[in-house]
Design a protein around this ligand. Structure first.
Ligand SMILES: [Zn+2]
Length: 348
C-alpha cells in the first residue's frame, strides 16, 4: 500500500517538475548520498536475498540512471571532506560496497569502470585471508538452494530434527539450529568449513561448483591488490566482521583489519563502516583514537554537515526498489516521503 502510494507520488512529482526543483535545490546541493551495496550476483544470489544482492542488469540500470541524472560521483574521501567544507558539487553521490565479496571484482567493478565511477570497498579481512565460503550466509543460501528438500540434521549435528525447507520460516528455524550447534561446539573456522561442506552434501547441493564460482567468498589478497592497483578504494570493516564493546578488542579489530589491508594495497585505510551497521556511542572516541576520518552506518538517509562524521547515514539499495524510487533518492524527493521500517536482519 505504502509502496504504491510512494510510486504514484514520485511519478506525479516527476511529471509536475517538483523532482527537478528538489534535484537542483540548495537542500540537495548541501547533501551527500552515499550508496551502499553488498553484492552483485554472480549467479542466482538475488533470488535468495534481494536486499543483499542485486542482479547485474539492475545494477547497470542504476549506474545508467546516475549518469543520466547529472549526479557527480565522488571518491568517498573527497566527498566527505567537501561535505564538511560546504563545497559539494551538484547532486553528489559516493558509491560503497560492504564486506569485499568476490562478486565486486566479478560483477560490479567492470561496470563501475565502464561508467568511470569511483567506488569504495569496505573489506573485512578474515575471510579474505581464509578464502572459504562465509559460513553464516553460505549456510542460509544452501538451505534456500535445497528448498525442495527435507533437512535431516542427525548426521551433521546429532539432533533428531528433520525440517522441510519449503518455507522461509522453516529455513530460519533450521539455520538457528545450525547456529546453536556451532556456538555450543565452539567450532573453529576450519571445522565450520567442513560443516558447510557436509551440509551441502546432506542437501544434495554441489559444493564444489559453488566454491569454483566463488559464491559467497571474499576477495583473496592478490585480487584486492589488483583492484587497488586498478583504482578501487579499499577501506575498513573490521577483521572478523564484529564490533566488540570492549575498547582493546574493538581497537584490535581495526588494527588487524588495517594492517591486513595495508599489506594488500600498500595504502593505509582511514575510513570505516560498522559491521552489520551496528554502532554504539562508546565506539566514537575509540574510532577517533584510531585516527578514523569517517564511519558509515546502515541508517537510511542523506549525509549533511550536521551529520556526525563518524555516523554517516547511507542509502541501502535493494533489488526490490523500483527505478523511480531509486531516482527519487538521487533527486532527494524520496527523503521527504514516508518509509517502511528497514529490515536489518540481513544487513551484513
Ligand atoms: Zn558487512
Amino acid at each position: 500500500m505504502l509502496k504504491n502510494f510512494k510510486r504514484a507520488t514520485l511519478k506525479s512529482l516527476k511529471s509536475t517538475g517538483v523532482s527537478t526543483l528538489v534535484h537542483n535545490s540548495r537542500w540537495r546541493r548541501q547533501r551527500l548520498l552515499i550508496l551502499a551495496y553488498h553484492g552483485i550476483s554472480i549467479h542466482d544470489e538475488h533470488l535468495w536475498n534481494g536486499s543483499m544482492y542485486l542482479p547485474r542488469e539492475v545494477f547497470r540500470a542504476r549506474l545508467e540512471t546516475i549518469a543520466k541524472s547529472g549526479c557527480t560521483v565522488l571518491p568517498l574521501d573527497e566527498a566527505v571532506s567537501r561535505l564538511y567544507a560546504n563545497d559539494l558539487p551538484d547532486r553528489s553521490v559516493a558509491i560503497t560496497f560492504d564486506d569485499g565479496n568476490f562478486d565486486y571484482q566479478h560483477s560490479a567493478f567492470p561496470l563501475l569502470k565502464e561508467f568511470n565511477f569511483p567506488s569504495t570497498l569496505y573489506l573485512t579481512t578474515f575471510y579474505s585471508q581464509y578464502n572459504k565460503p562465509i559460513f553464516g550466509i553460505f549456510c542460509e543460501y544452501l538451505l534456500w538452494k535445497a528448498r525442495s528438500e527435507t533437512l535431516n540434521l542427525k548426521p551433521i549435528t546429532g539432533s533428531e530434527s528433520r525440517i522441510a525447507l519449503k518455507d522461509a520460516a522453516a529455513r530460519r528455524a533450521a539455520f538457528r539450529e545450525i547456529e546453536n550447534h556451532v556456538r555450543a561446539q565452539e567450532l573453529s573456522a576450519e571445522e565450520k568449513s567442513e560443516f558447510a561442506e557436509a551440509l551441502a552434501k546432506q542437501l544434495k547441493v554441489d559444493y564444489e561448483a559453488l566454491v569454483e564460482k566463488r559464491i559467497m567468498h571474499l576477495l583473496a589478497p592478490d585480487e584486492v591488490k589488483q583492484l587497488a592497483a586498478d583504482g578501487a578504494d579499499i577501506q575498513l570493516h573490521t577483521h572478523r566482521h564484529r564490533a566488540p564493546l570492549e575498547r582493546e578488542l574493538f581497537l584490535r579489530e581495526i588494527e588487524d583489519n588495517r594492517q591486513s589491508i595495508q599489506a594488500m594495497t600498500g595504502s593505509i585505510p582511514s575510513h570505516f563502516c560498522y559491521p552489520s551497521g551496528v554502532y554504539n556511542p562508546s565506539f566514537l572516541p575509540w574510532l577517533r583514537e584510531a585516527g578514523i576520518i569517517s564511519a558509515t552506518t546502515c541508517e537510511m538517509g542523506f549525509a549533511s554537515r550536521s551529520s556526525d562524521q563518524l555516523l554517516l547515514p547511507r542509502f541501502l539499495d535493494s533489488a526490490a526498489l523500483s527505478p523511480i524510487e531509486f531516482e527519487g533518492w538521487l533527486t532527494g524527493v524520496s527523503a521527504a516521503l514516508p518509509r517502511r521500517r528497514e529490515r536489518k536482519e540481513h544487513v551484513a
